[in-house]
Design a protein around this ligand. Structure first.
Ligand code: 3HC
Length: 359
C-alpha cells in the first residue's frame, strides 16, 4: 500500500517522496516497485523518458527517520495496530516540524486515539485510500477530535491535487466503505460458516453490482486486513459484526485466496480452503443470502446516518461507488435499498424521498 501511495504522490504532486520501513530490504523493494511502475507508464507512452527519469529521481528510501526532518506531509500505512501506529507517529514527531501533517491510511482505527499522546495531535488526519490506489478515486478524510481546520483544509487540498474525490467522515470505526464492506462480507462468510456452498454464497449478491464477488475482493483486500477490520468492528458493535471461523482459519494458515482458476478461467474452491474452513449443516439458499445481506446494509446505513458518520445518505453512495465501483448504474446502494423495499422493511422508512434517484 505504501508503495502505491508513493507512486501516486510522486506522479501527481511531482515532489520528493521518501519511503521508510523496518529494514533496508523492504525499503529497496518499495522504491523498486515505484520505479518499475514508472517504467511501465513510460512503456505505455503515458510518460516521456525525461518525465520518467525525473519522477524516479524524486523517489528515495531511508531507514533513518531523520530523513523526514524537512517534510511537509507524512502518511503512514503500517500494520493495523494502535501501538505500532502511535509509535511511528511519536518517532516522527522527534524530527518533523510542528506544522508537518501526519496522515494515516488506517482502515478502521480511531484517529482521535492514534493522536492522543502526541505533542501536536491537531495535525493528525485520516487519509484513507482504496485498493488499487491508482484506479479508485475515493479518499475518506477523517477528522479526529483535535484535528484543526488548517490540517483538514490541507488534507482536502492535497486530495484534490492527487486528483481524488474526498468525502469528510466522522471518526467512527471502519469509516464508511470498510464498515459496510465488512458487514456485507460478514453476511456472506457467516452463510458459508453455517454450511452454504462457497459458490452459492459468493454469487448470491451479484445484483448489488459489486465489480468483484465478495470472496474475490477478500483476496484483493487481504484476509489478514479483512479479519483485523472485522475484529475492530466487532469490538465496537458486537451485536452486528461477528468473527468468521472460516476467515480466522484462512489467516492462521496464511491462505490468501478462496478461489483457484483453471486454464479455462473456471474457478473452484482451493481444496485446502475447503478442508480448513469449518462449515455447519444449515445452508442458506442464494435468495436467503441476498436477503440477509440487503437487510444488513439497510440496518447499518441507518445506524451510520443516526451516528452522523456522514452528512447525508448520498455520501454513502459516493463512498461505495468511488471506493469500490459499487453498483453505479443503480445510483448506488441507497436507491437500490429504497427501490427493493428493503429500507422500509428494516428501518420503517426510505433513505431518500420518493422520486430521488429512482429509475
Ligand atoms: N493496480 C494498479 N492498477 C490496476 C490494478 C492494480 N491492482 N488492477 C487494475 N488496474 C488498472 C489496469 O492497469 C487498467 O488501467 P489502464 O486502463 O490504465 O490500462 C485499469 O485498472 C482497468 O483494469 P482492468 O480492465 O483489468 O480492470 P477492471 O475493469 O476489471 O477493474 C478493478 C479492476 C478496478 C480492480 C475493479 O474490479 C474494482 O474496482 N474492484 C473493486 C475493488 C474494491 O472494492 N476496492 C476497495 C477495497 S477496500 C480497501 O481498499 C480499503 C482498505 O482499507 C482495505
Amino acid at each position: 500500500m505504501a508503495s502505491q501511495l508513493a507512486l501516486l504522490f510522486v506522479r501527481q504532486l511531482k515532489v520528493p517522496v521518501i519511503l521508510t520501513d523496518i529494514d533496508q530490504e523492504r525499503i529497496d523493494k518499495g522504491v523498486g516497485y515505484v520505479h518499475a511502475e514508472i517504467d511501465k507508464l513510460q512503456g505505455k507512452k503515458r510518460l516521456s523518458p525525461d518525465a520518467a527519469n525525473r519522477l524516479k529521481a524524486l523517489v528515495s528510501g531511508s531507514l533513518d527517520k531523520a530523513a523526514f526532518a524537512r517534510t511537509d506531509w507524512v502518511i503512514e500505512a503500517v500494520f493495523e495496530n494502535f501501538d505500532v501506529k502511535k509509535k511511528v507517529f511519536a518517532e516522527l514527531e522527534e524530527f518533523v516540524s510542528p506544522e508537518t501533517i501526519l496522515a494515516t491510511n488506517t482502515s478502521s482505527l480511531s484517529i482521535t486515539r492514534m493522536a492522543a499522546d502526541l505533542k501536536h495531535p491537531e495535525r493528525v488526519v485520516g487519509f484513507h485510500f482504496f485498493n488499487p490506489v491508482a484506479v479508485l478515486p475515493l479518499l475518506e478524510i477523517v477528522r479526529g477530535d483535535k484535528t484543526d481546520d488548517v490540517t483538514l483544509a490541507t488534507a482536502f487540498a492535497t486530495a484534490k491535487s492527487l486528483k481524488k474525490s474526498a468525502v469528510l467522515i466522522a471518526d467512527k470505526p471502519g469509516f464508511v466503505f470498510n464498515r459496510l464492506l465488512t458487514r456485507a462480507l460478514g453476511e456472506v462468510m457467516n452463510a458459508i460458516d453455517e454450511g452454504t456452498p462457497f459458490d452459492v454464497a459468493d454469487n448470491a449478491i451479484s445484483e448489488l453490482g459489486m465489480p468483484m464477488s465478495p470472496l474475490t475482493l477478500l483476496s484483493l483486500v487481504g484476509p489478514a486486513v479483512a479479519l483485523h477490520t472485522g475484529e475492530t468492528m466487532a469490538e465496537y458493535y458486537p451485536e452486528r459484526f461477528h468473527d468468521s471461523p472460516g476467515l480466522q482459519a484462512m489467516v492462521a494458515n496464511k491462505k490468501s485466496a478462496v478461489w483457484t482458476y483453471g486454464a479455462d478461467g473456471a474457478k473452484t474452491v482451493d481444496p485446502e480452503i475447503a478442508d480448513l474452513w469449518p462449515q455447519g449443516d444449515s445452508p442458506s439458499t442464494s435468495e436467503q443470502v441476498l436477503d440477509r445481506t440487503r437487510r444488513a446494509f439497510a440496518e447499518e446505513i441507518d445506524i451510520m446516518l443516526q451516528e452522523g458518520v456522514v452528512a447525508a445518505a448520498q455520501d454513502i453512495d459516493l463512498c461505495l461507488i468511488l471506493g469500490g465501483g459499487f453498483g453505479f448504474w443503480n445510483g448506488g446502494i441507497v436507491p437500490y435499498l429504497d427501490r427493493t423495499g428493503t429500507s422500509e422493511a428494516v428501518t420503517g422508512h426510505r433513505f431518500l424521498d420518493k422520486g430521488v434517484a429512482s429509475v
